[in-house]
Design a protein around this ligand. Sequence first.
Ligand code: GRF
Length: 207
Amino acid sequence: MLRVAVFASGTGTNLSAIVDAARSAPGFFAVALVIVSRADAGAGARAAAAGIPCAHISSATHATAAERDDAMLELLAAHRVDLIALAGYLKRISPYFIARFGKPILNIHPALLPEFGGQGMYGCRVFEAVLASGAKASGVTIHLVDEQYDHGPIVFQEAIAVLDGDTVESLAARTQALEHRAYPLVLRRIAEGEIDVGGGGSDRRSG
Ligand code: GRF
């Protein structure tokens, strides 16, 4: 059983999709912990409704970046987390945190990286940029996190057509529907050993 922590800053629809998938096909992965960077993130309410341990960690709770990193690392260890799935988490993951965690960290991005990614490219800005570019395709990317925003090896990518007359809202809705299928699928494939993201010491066979 792959024990996943979801990190989120916003609404948490990907969190819900992951939780629902974990519960409807038990035995592959479970959400062991949710960390939110805002006290009012919808993801926090979703975690509470699902009965999943959730912590708010931000500059409001811990003054320095080092304290925040250490608090998160402590929680991840306490909940025996094998893998982190960033889902709309807007804080940068520090090199210290990546090194100390030592296990895979995934991120989902609502476009076909390396296009339309990087610092500041989140939410509607991504869809606005896709539409402004005239691109005929967009999609979803899931990648391993490294020290740069929206960078790191891609583990999953799927395209959707950009339609004539698409608006930010219509493109966002189709992209989000794809995200909600893709993230659970990738987590299941990792749990089954079909996608290799490096284990970094996770013990998926012990349940
Ligand atoms: C998603 O579009 C994801 O790709 C991006 O942030 C958004 C989070 O949405 N990184 P939600 O909070 O899961 O609804």
